[in-house]
Ligand binder design. Structure first.
Ligand SMILES: *[C@@H]1O[C@H](CO)[C@@H](O)[C@H](O)[C@H]1NC(C)=O
Ligand SMILES: *[C@@H]1O[C@H](CO)[C@@H](O)[C@H](O)[C@H]1NC(C)=O
Ligand SMILES: *[C@@H]1O[C@H](CO)[C@@H](O)[C@H](O)[C@H]1NC(C)=O
Ligand SMILES: *[C@@H]1O[C@H](CO)[C@@H](O)[C@H](O)[C@H]1NC(C)=O
Length: 334
C-alpha cells in the first residue's frame, strides 16, 4: 500500500499504545484463532441470512457521481428517516443485519455508499475531503426529496462527516448521532501510530490486527466482544471495495486533523440535538475528539464507554440501541 505525507506526520505526532497491546499486535505471531481459542471450524459458515428486507439498490445522481442507497423500514412510527453514513473504506455492508432490522422497526432507514465506493460511482477521481463528503451527503439527502428533515448517524469517518454536516449544514438535518467521530483540527487527537500502520500502510494486516482496530483487546471484556464479532459474522449487503477511493478517503481522513479548522470552529453554532458515542480506548479516532465536540456544543449527549474502542456501539449494542431510542424520542423533531 502507498503511504502519504499526512500518514508520516501522523506517525511522528501520535501517542503511544500500552506496551502489552503493542507487543501483541506488533509480533503478528498470534493468530485470531489462538487469541480467541477457537479453530477455523468454529467461525460461523458463510452468510446465508436473508437481507431482502433492505430492498433493492436505488441511485441519486449528483451530476458527477451516482450515490447508491437502500431505503427500508417502518415509515409510520412518526420518526423521521434515519440516514446512515459509512466510514473510511466502508460501505453499507458495515451495518450489521440485526442492527438494521432493529432500526427498521423504529423508523425508515436510508443507508448509502459514499462516492466512488460500494455501488456508488464517481466520475471525478479528484481530490476529496471531509467537507466535500458532507456536501455529497447533503446533496444526496436533498436529492431524496423528503418532506421532513432526516436524522443522521455516521460511524468513524462517517462520524466526521456527520459532525461536519451538523456544523456546516445543520439546518438541513434533525438529530445527529456521531459514533466514534471527531470534529478534527489540531484540537482533536488523531489515530495512533500502530493503528495508522495497520489501517493505512500494512498491505496484509492480520485478522487480529483488524479486530484490534475496533476493540481494545488488552481488556478481557473487549477481547470477548471481539472474538464474538469474529466468530459470528453478521449478514450484510454485498461489499464492493475500491482501493483508489479508499486512498482518496484516507488522505481526507488524515487531513481532517491537520488542515481543517472550519468544523471545530463551527461547533458552537450547532443547534441539532447531538448524541456522541465512543470508546475510551479508540485507537483510530480517540474519544478525546468526542469530548471536544461535547465541550463546544450546547446540550450534547456524550457517552464514552470504558474498555471499548472504535466499535464501542457494537460492543455495547443492547445498551446503545436503548440509548439511541431514548435520544430519538427525547425531544420534538425540528
Ligand atoms: C514471534 O516470532 C518471532 C520470529 O518469527 C520470534 O522471534 C518471537 O520470539 C515470537 N514472539 C512470540 C511472543 O512468540
Ligand atoms: C410500524 O409502526 C407502527 C407504529 O409503531 C405499527 O403500528 C405498525 O405495526 C408498524 N408496521 C410494521 C410493518 O411493522
Ligand atoms: C474506483 O473508484 C474510482 C474513483 O475513485 C473510479 O475511477 C474507478 O472506476 C473505480 N473502480 C472500480 C473498479 O469501480
Ligand atoms: C475541500 O475541497 C474543496 C474542493 O473540492 C475545497 O474547495 C475546499 O477548500 C476543501 N476544504 C477544506 C477544508 O480543505
Amino acid at each position: 500500500m502507498v503511504s502519504f505525507k499526512a500518514a508520516v506526520a501522523v506517525l511522528l505526532l501520535g501517542c503511544v499504545l500500552s506496551a502489552s497491546a503493542a507487543g501483541l499486535i506488533a509480533t503478528k505471531n498470534v493468530t485470531v484463532y489462538d487469541f480467541c481459542d477457537i479453530t477455523p471450524a468454529d467461525v460461523a459458515p458463510p452468510l446465508t441470512k436473508d437481507m431482502d428486507f433492505v430492498g433493492s439498490v436505488k441511485f441519486v445522481s449528483l451530476g458527477d457521481a451516482d450515490i447508491a442507497y437502500r431505503r427500508f423500514g417502518n415509515s409510520s412510527t412518526g420518526r423521521p428517516p434515519l440516514v446512515l453514513v459509512a466510514g473510511l473504506g466502508e460501505t453499507s455492508a458495515i451495518w450489521p443485519a440485526s442492527f438494521l432490522e432493529y432500526l427498521a422497526e423504529q423508523q425508515e432507514v436510508i443507508m448509502f455508499d459514499n462516492r466512488g465506493i460500494g455501488q456508488s460511482t464517481d466520475l471525478t477521481e479528484g481530490y476529496i475531503n471531509v467537507t466535500s463528503m458532507a456536501l455529497d451527503t447533503l446533496a444526496f439527502v436533498r436529492g431524496l426529496d423528503l418532506d421532513v428533515k432526516v436524522n443522521l448517524m455516521g460511524w468513524g469517518m462517517g462520524g466526521m462527516i456527520a459532525t461536519t454536516c451538523a456544523a456546516l449544514h445543520g439546518k438541513y438535518y434533525n438529530k445527529v448521532i456521531v459514533l466514534s467521530g471527531t470534529a478534527g483540527s489540531l484540537h482533536s487527537r488523531h489515530i495512533t501510530p500502530t493503528a495508522n500502520r495497520i489501517l493505512m500502510s500494512d498491505p496484509e494486516p492480520t485478522e487480529l490486527e483488524k479486530l484490534w482496530l475496533l476493540f481494545p483487546l488488552e481488556h478481557t471484556s473487549a477481547a470477548a466482544a471481539a472474538c464474538a464479532y469474529f466468530r459470528n459474522p453478521e449478514p450484510s449487503v454485498v461489499d464492493f471495495f475500491n482501493y483508489t477511493t479508499f486512498e482518496r478517503q484516507a488522505r481526507a481522513f488524515s487531513e481532517f486533523f491537520f488542515d481543517v479548522d472550519e468544523v471545530y470552529e463551527a461547533l458552537p453554532k450547532i443547534k441539532n440535538d447531538l448524541l456522541l458515542v465512543g470508546g475510551e480506548d479508540d485507537v483510530m479516532i480517540p474519544s478525546q475528539g468526542l469530548r471536544v465536540i461535547a465541550r463546544r456544543t450546547t446540550t450534547p449527549w456524550l457517552v464514552v464507554l470504558r474498555e471499548a474502542g472504535n466499535a464501542a456501539w457494537i460492543q455495547y449494542l443492547p445498551s446503545f440501541v436503548s440509548m439511541l431510542d431514548l435520544f430519538l424520542d427525547a425531544y420534538p423533531d425540528m
